[in-house]
Design a protein around this ligand. Structure first.
Ligand code: ARG
Length: 455
């Protein structure tokens, strides 16, 4: 007979190399704590519902508590021949308390057990991620507030478009990360559900109390359908999808930091702590951390696509394919947590080169819209105003000058409505200050956005 916990119907021993392929213990030992918590709740319920005797439940509880202490002291050894965290724990419990350990698995399957572990694990990781995300939101608000009056070129197509407040630019990211926080928060509703008691797939003949175990584990509700309870991995997909969007936001910001710290831009400077050097080029100061976060975004997308693909052909209910749900989830949790922490530190210590940023809005045509708007305000249809300014810009580029260098006489020759106040309108401060439509870059609007974010 096989020496496995499930070995009864097997005549032959398994082979180590086959066991190795089927085992998940190398990675699912991350769920050791959750597995013990799930077992503690389950055995308490078995006792309370008189499915096993109160003394037996108590013995098992004590054994599980001892395993908990050993786990915390790094005294548990897991083996591949025991396949996964659930069977390893059960074997360890036998060693701890003997035969009575065999009663723990009454009215339970590894299928609802593993799903319960994953829900518990992810719930607390999402809460942890949102804490770090909140810190990033605070950093962004502080940085934005300190830089409301810093003027920089706003871009479309990575070409100078219109001058904006750096505070406004930073608050755009605040909006993005705020949505990420809300998405994760909202997803908790579906993570915070107990599959325990679904058993293998169909529920159980024992008079279990699923609400009781859910309550003991701190879950808000239970899965309504036992087949769904053991085979649903939507909550992980949602997490991977929300993480992908979050990483995409980080990656876009990183891309800007990489550009801004380049010799061509020189808009921002990273502290040494968040930069690295080159082994050959002594002058180098590279934005490695920003690049790595941008790069790690790829593995998070990969984890999402990997699980989507694992799930797409699965018939109900549990299939061993589902064991493939774990590594991508663990990897995403640690990647997102680390990326957020590093990014937050990098951003908090990054300085902006205000002069260079502002200067970039002087030697360009980002004030062309101001001139067109000026003409439109004086009654010239906007399309016509656009055409007039377009021609002026073309003329300037040929002469190697900018709109603020054109003389009043030259302006009046193309449009008699232009007066001496035009130069005030062409200044980038004015361009920013006047854009006070709701959500615009006007200083007053940015102040409002910051005040709203602080609430
Ligand atoms: N290690 C398995 C997993 O991660 C646990 C569930 C195993 N269930 C089973 N019927 N083989 O999915």
């Amino acid at each position: 007979m096989s020496n496995k916990l499930w070995g009864g119907r097997f005549e032959e021993q398994s082979e180590a190399w086959v066991d190795q392929f089927g085992a998940s213990i190398e990675f699912d030992q991350k769920l050791a704590k959750e597995d013990l918590l799930g077992s503690l709740a389950h055995v308490k319920m078995l006792g309370k519902c008189q499915i096993i005797q109160a003394e037996e439940a108590e013995e098992i509880r004590k054994g599980l508590e001892r395993l908990f202490t050993k786990l915390e002291n790094n005294q548990l050894t897991f083996t591949v021949s025991n396949e996964d965290i659930h069977l390893n724990m059960e074997k360890l419990l036998y060693e701890e308390i003997g035969e009575v350990a065999g009663k723990l698995h009454t009215a339970r399957s590894r299928n609802d057990q593993v799903a319960t572990d994953m829900h518990l694990y992810l719930k607390y990781q999402v809460i942890a991620i949102n804490e770090v995300l909140s810190e990033l939101l605070t950093t962004l608000v502080n940085k934005a507030e300190a830089n409301i009056n810093v003027i920089m070129p706003g871009y479309t197509h990575l070409q100078h478009a219109q001058p904006i407040s750096l505070g406004h630019h930073l608050m755009a990211y605040h909006s993005m990360f705020q949505r990420d926080l809300e998405r994760l928060e909202e997803s908790l509703k579906r993570i915070d559900l107990s599959p325990l008691g679904s058993a293998a797939l169909a529920g159980t003949t024992f008079p279990i109390d699923r609400y009781y175990t859910a309550e003991l584990l701190g879950f808000s509700d239970i899965y309504a359908n036992s087949l769904d309870g053991v085979s649903d991995r939507d909550f992980i997909l949602e997490f991977l999808s929300n993480s992908s969007i979050l990483m995409m936001h980080l990656s876009r910001f990183c891309e800007e930091i990489i550009l801004w710290t380049s010799h061509e831009f020189q808009f921002a400077t990273l502290t040494d702590a968040f930069s690295t050097g080159s082994s050959i080029m002594p002058q180098k100061k590279n934005p490695d951390m920003a690049e790595l976060i941008r790069g790690k975004t790829g593995r998070v997308y990969g984890n999402l696509f990997s699980l989507l693909t694992v799930l797409k052909g699965l018939p109900l209910a549990y299939n061993k394919d589902l064991q493939e749900d774990k590594e991508g989830m663990f990897d995403t949790v640690s990647t997102v947590l680390q990326s957020l922490k590093i990014f937050n530190g990098m951003l908090a210590t990054m300085t902006f080169n205000e002069e260079i940023m502002k200067d970039a809005t002087q030697k360009d045509f980002s004030n062309a819209t101001e001139l067109a708007d000026y003409l439109a305000t004086k009654g010239i249809p906007f399309r016509q105003a656009h055409e007039i300014v377009g021609k002026l810009v073309l003329d300037c580029t040929k002469k190697g000058i900018y709109l603020q260098d054109v003389s009043l006489a030259e302006y009046q020759a193309v449009a008699s409505v232009i007066e001496a106040d035009i130069y005030k309108f062409l200044a980038s401060e004015t361009a920013v200050a006047r854009r006070n439509s709701a959500g615009g870059t006007g200083f007053a609007e940015v102040e409002k956005a910051i005040a709203a974010a602080k609430k």
